[in-house]
Design a protein. Sequence first.
Length: 149
Amino acid sequence: MMCWKKAGLLGVLLFILSGCQSMEPLNHTSEAEAESLSAVQMKELPFQHLHLLVQYGQKKELYEATYRQANGREEALIRDHMNGVRYEGEEALREMKMKLQDMSTPGEKLRMTYVNELLAAFNLDDDYQRIQVDILLEDGSKRTFEQKR
């Protein structure tokens, strides 16, 4: 009988000790927490407006991303019709900023190399049927690119 009590006590003690070892310090920021930073805290994009529309195959196979910045407010919307994914609000803004934060400001004319960088940033294939990119820069100048295959 005494053996069972000691074994039970030892089991409880091991359980408590193992639980203590897995605790993380409170000031440690995990990767998930770092990724969940508010979109407002992230770097502003160098655009007032960006609209990306990529069509694959049929008209229903679309990928659309829109970003707007006006009067100190930022808005974003991402719709991936092929995979049934839709991001709105802060989630869309965070996704958009993560994808575009390292993009440079396009030159005087949107060229295919810049469009390819956009496709890579959004992890999209370059075998599209149609692509349209409209950008309004901070200085008010517009950049447009459209191509059909």
